[in-house]
Design a protein around this ligand. Sequence first.
Ligand SMILES: Cc1cc2nc3c(=O)[nH]c(=O)nc-3n(C[C@H](O)[C@H](O)[C@H](O)COP(=O)(O)O)c2cc1C
Length: 246
Amino acid sequence: MDSDYLTEPEKGGLYKAIFSRRDVRSHFIQKDIPDDALLRILNAAHHAPSVGFSQPWNFILVKDMPTRQKVKESFLRERERSTRMLDDNRERQDKYRSLKLEGIIESAVNICVTYDPTRFGPFVLGRTSIEETGVYSVCCAIQNLWLAARAEGIGVGWVSILSNQDLEEILEIPPHVKPVAYLCLGYVDEFASKPDLEAAGWLSRMDLADVVCFEKWGSTNSEKWSGLSAAVNRLKTEDNIYMNRP
Ligand SMILES: Cc1cc2nc3c(=O)[nH]c(=O)nc-3n(C[C@H](O)[C@H](O)[C@H](O)COP(=O)(O)O)c2cc1C
């Protein structure tokens, strides 16, 4: 059915959201997110795939500043702890300290995304062999949220330098539910063209050729895949093949 295919501009919009999505920590501006935009973003997250259609996510929306202050304190403690792990590499440690790694207070809204393994359980179709598929499902919802927010012009930053125990206490999360992500959302003055960690010289994007193999682990070309493997090998990391195609 024709209408089931995306039109060229629709495809362009999707790829633009994918390629220009950023993890945002330092570009938030003071502007509230209207409820209708948040509703669209949350509903996009809720339409993610999930193992056995178990929809094991919840979204805890946080605006309250004292709550956010407590989360920030957890971040500061955890960052200090992780900084000590680099005691044997002073240069890396200084670099790590200089990075801005959260926007808990500056963003408009914080959202904690959680995983409930008991939802529709204990038998969840498809989760019987690989337990982690439950958490993978929550990550699919998070990615939907991230891209929908990008489409709305709203930046998202994922803060994982936190103690889950602190989050459970601060947000009164029941013991059977696990926090998966703590996200900071807000309008931004720009979406940077590169990841902040790349711009700061922490790490760079790998070539696609470094992560794709054919038929077997580690096999970088194969007769069956000669066309694609040549194209993968030619692709530069910064290429956005959808946008650049003739
Ligand atoms: C599971 C996960 C946890 C992350 N935790 C943090 C974090 O604690 N602090 C931070 O600044 N960025 C965090 N990020 C964002 C990554 O640093 C970011 O995605 C990566 O550098 C690539 O940049 P980009 O998202 O702008 O493309 C996290 C991302 C993921 C997927």
